[in-house]
Every structure is written in structure tokens, then in C-alpha cells.
Design a protein around this ligand. Structure first.
Ligand code: AHM
Ligand code: MG
Length: 336
């Protein structure tokens, strides 16, 4: 039946963007981003056939081994964004330094992105994703790194694209709520499938999502709340893909909590502020959920309030429905 449905009943992402902004430069930027997502989706689909699995032989900004698909998707995003005429600075997980767009191609926006997050899942065909945050430069002069070292509250557009059973782009645009678009491969377009996505009422399914293999290094509060969830009359289910995009996507749609807390070995957790923590926190809050760092540098901190001092800085991430994030914060009070 769906094949016979008229396309006009399902607005495309392009039509949605044009309807939401008179800002042509921002529209062009978002079109470049979605083109890069489509190209990355195609590369992921063909990876086995095109011999794109495996290592590229380099390490990235955080010292991880780069996969061929990591490198390829990074090139795709950098090429699309530097040439669209709308960007001034780019920060990629895969590049140690910020990328300054040459003056003749530079525009008003600044983009932080992780081109292919979930590296450990690439070679076994488990879903991965792209995560991005867009800011607007606050002055007309040439861009500096300070244009991106800002709180998450300044984000203009945040989104992620999940390369899963279907390719899905989830975006929140200037505070207009969270919207889902699925790539129709035969049309080559992202089609709007759900407007103003909200987490389920009351917090939804009782699911916790974290790498429990790290539990011996967790602090007392995290150990205690997870133990309580497992020991309750209706125990929580554990679900962990190990790709942040998939784990957060499920949390938004089904409910529950996703956490990558600080621990005794990693005082800042694992995830990067600019292109993992911030965009996901922004989307989670827009969808009616909560986003905290839990206990970080001696106090409870809302994730979007952090001011990063360097581009690859990390922060602990505790995000999901209010019921479960509040329970974590309450546990910090109980444990003192
Ligand atoms: P990456 O940027 O190297 O892919 O790491 C980020 C990923 C997240 O997608 C995921 O939530 C987390 O790392 C999983 O880490 P771990 O393997 O320690 O559980
Ligand atoms: Mg990553």
C-alpha cells in the first residue's frame, strides 16, 4: 500500500527546512549535511562489497585506530561542509585541530560532528551513526576556535543520523521540537515520518543502557541506582548496542535511560562534549527528557551548561526520561 501513497503526503526534509526558515544560508548548510548523511549511508550499505571494512592505518584525535569507513565518512562531511559556503569552522572527532574554511568559501555557521560514531560496531554490520551540532557565529570577523567553545544552550540545530535497518535522520531545528525523517532509498530523499517526537509519558519502558563492564570503577551512586533498578519488583531491562546514536534513539522512542558516567579511571567519562554530549543532550531536552552529567568536578551539572575549554573535551553523560535521570540525581543526594 505504501508504494501507492503520494509523496506529497510525506514532506521531504528539504521541504521541511524551507518551510521552517527564511535563512537561505542555514537551509544550504542543512542540505549539505543531509547529502553527507546519504553518502555515508551508501558507504555503510556497500562496505562489505567495496572492501571498506577494517583499519585505515591511522589514529584519530583521541588516539583510537581509524577505520576505513571512519576516514571516508569524515572526508564526505568535510567536503560537503567546506564547499557549501555556509560554514566558518568545523570540528570533527577525526581531526585533532579545528578546520577553518577558506575565507572565500566561509559562511556564518560553525559545525561540530562525529562523522561515524560507534566505531566498534562498523565491521560487524551493527548500526552506527553521525552526530552533529550547528552554531551561529556571533560576529562578522574571521572565525576563531572560541566560536565553537560555547555552552550547548547556544546550539541552533542538533541532529543525528542512524545507519540502521533503515537510515533515519533526527533533527531539532531552532527549538521547533524533534523531527524524524527516514531515507527512502528509491527516492533518495529523507521523508518526514514523525513531528514533535516526545519521550513516552511517565518515562516509558524501564530500560537502563550503559557499559556495565565498567561497573567496578563507578562511584557509589551509579552502582547503587543500577542495583536498585535490577532488584526492584519489576526489574529494569538492560539494553546496550554500544553505538550512542542507537542507544539514545531507543531511549527517546521507548523511554528509560542511557548513561556513560565518570568513573575512577575516566574522571570525565568517555564521550566528547561538542559532538556527542551536547547534540544528544539538546535533542533529549527538546524531546521532553533530561540531560545531566551526574556528578562532575564535584557538583551535579546540567549537561548543556558546560563550557568546554578545548574541542575534544569529554564529559559524563546521563540522559533519558525525567523519571530515571531524576533517580540518578536523587541517589547522589542519598549517597552524600
Ligand atoms: P567512538 O566515537 O570511538 O565510536 O566512541 C563512542 C561510542 C559511543 O557510540 C558509545 O556509546 C560508546 O562509545 C561505547 O563505548 P564502550 O565501548 O566503552 O561501551
Ligand atoms: Mg564518537
Amino acid at each position: 500500500a505504501s508504494d501507492s501513497v503520494s509523496v506529497s503526503q510525506f514532506p521531504t526534509l528539504n521541504r521541511y527546512i524551507m518551510g521552517k526558515t527564511g535563512d537561505k544560508e542555514l537551509a544550504i548548510l542543512l542540505m549539505a549535511l543531509q547529502l553527507a548523511c546519504k553518502a555515508t549511508s551508501r558507504a555503510c550499505n556497500k562496505a562489505g562489497i567495496a572492501m571498506l571494512f577494517g583499519l585505515a592505518g591511522e589514529v584519530n584525535s583521541t588516539g583510537d585506530d581509524q577505520k576505513k569507513l571512519d576516514v571516508l565518512s569524515n572526508e564526505i562531511f568535510i567536503d560537503a561542509l567546506t564547499n557549501c559556503g555556509a560554514c566558518a569552522v568545523l570540528v570533527s572527532e577525526e581531526n585533532e585541530d579545528p578546520i577553518f574554511v577558506p575565507q572565500e568559501k566561509a559562511g556564518r555557521f560553525v559545525v561540530a560532528f562525529d562523522p561515524l560514531d560507534g566505531s566498534s560496531n562498523i565491521d560487524c554490520n551493527v548500526s552506527t551513526g553521525t552526530i552533529f551540532a550547528v552554531y551561529e557565529k556571533q560576529h562578522s570577523g574571521p572565525a576563531t576556535v572560541n566560536d565553537i567553545l560555547r555552552t550547548g544552550n547556544d546550539i541552533t540545530v542538533a541532529g543525528y543520523c542512524m545507519y540502521g535497518a533503515a537510515t533515519e535522520l533526527v533533527i531539532t531545528f531552532k527549538g521547533h521540537g524533534v523531527h524524524r525523517f527516514t531515507l527512502d532509498p528509491s527516492l533518495g530523499e529523507f521523508v518526514h515520518i514523525q513531528a514533535r517526537v516526545k519521550l513516552p509519558e511517565g518515562g516509558g519502558k524501564k530500560i537502563y543502557s550503559c557499559n556495565e563492564g565498567n561497573s567496578r570503577n563507578w562511584d557509589a551512586a551509579i552502582k547503587s541506582i543500577i542495583a536498585k533498578w535490577k532488584d526492584s519488583d519489576k526489574p529494569y531491562a538492560a539494553r546496550y548496542v554500544g553505538s550512542m546514536v542507537s542507544d539514545v534513539h531507543r531511549t527517546i522512542l521507548y523511554g528509560g535511560i542511557y548513561l556513560y558516567p565518570a568513573d575512577a579511571k575516566s574522571k570525565h567519562g568517555k564521550l566528547r562534549v561538542l559532538y556527542e554530549g551536547f547534540p544528544m543532550a539538546f535533542i533529549m531536552e527538546q524531546a521532553g527528557g533530561s540531560a545531566s552529567c551526574g556528578m562532575f568536578k564535584g557538583k551535579i551539572q546540567r549537561l548543556l551548561d558546560i563550557v568546554p575549554e578545548s574541542i575534544h573535551e569529554k564529559c559524563p553523560v546521563v540522559i533519558g526520561c525525567n523519571r530515571d535521570v531524576d533517580a540518578v540525581l536523587e541517589e547522589y543526594k542519598i549517597q552524600g
